[in-house]
Design a binder for this molecule. Sequence first.
Ligand code: ADP
Length: 272
Amino acid sequence: MAIKIKNLTHKYNEGTPFEKVALKNINIHIKDGTFLGIIGHTGSGKSTLIQMFNGLLKPTEGQVFVKGIDIHAQNTNKKQIRQSVGLVFQYPEYQLFEMTVYDDVAYGPKNLGLEGDALKKRIEQSLRAVGLKEELWQKSPFELSGGQKRRVAIAGVLAMNPDILILDEPTAGLDPKGREELFGQLKKMHEESHLTIVLISHSMEDVARYAEELVVLYRGEVAFKGETREIFKHRRDLECIGLGVPQVRHIMDELKEKGMDIDSDVLTVEEA
Ligand code: ADP
């Protein structure tokens, strides 16, 4: 089991007039090697939840286990947990700061004490995993396109050799080509290395295409969880919480091919 969340509740500003329950009694199991999507509207608790996964936030109640270890237990090595759960925040390219792409990716593993051939191998593997060609490695990250910059930032997290990679809206602000390329690389990485990937998104289309399992958050609670194609069978309920499947023919055909229960004709007739 990669991550287990048990009876977790989180309140911001507890005990003040500004108290806000962001997550309520959450129970989630993320299996090793899964590609999991977490979906929900703005404010549904997605960002709060992922900050629980690597101990950046401590829950008001409940427990978080990473690889079977209770991360808030007194003797847990927090640094090791942070290394094991790689978190890619929104717009991670703002954190690039080295002179070259290569040095930027080297920063994390160097801090871990890696050097020589082992360091070189780790950097190169990470850059290749996100599909950045060698001719870009000695360039300044600031010379690259938006999508390329973002891939450098993801490579920097991968270079820490995490067991679990968590990405918060990784394609936000990218053009369709950049989105497709980035998702393609993530999918490939997942298939080739069985890396556990958690993708936070507000796009039903993206999670339908890429996530094998889904957690649907609604106002801080888990509304649905399970296999993506099973969850799509609750189409009406999903629409009630504002998560409709886009009514675009080519997307619907593609999703149907993947076994999703999507019937655009029925929808049109009933709603007419
Ligand atoms: P999402 O990522 O799905 O948009 P968040 O986890 O950011 O949702 O937010 C969940 C709820 O918690 C929202 O109502 C939000 O306003 C509130 N919230 C988030 N961060 C804070 C904070 N630092 N202080 C107070 N309330 C917060």
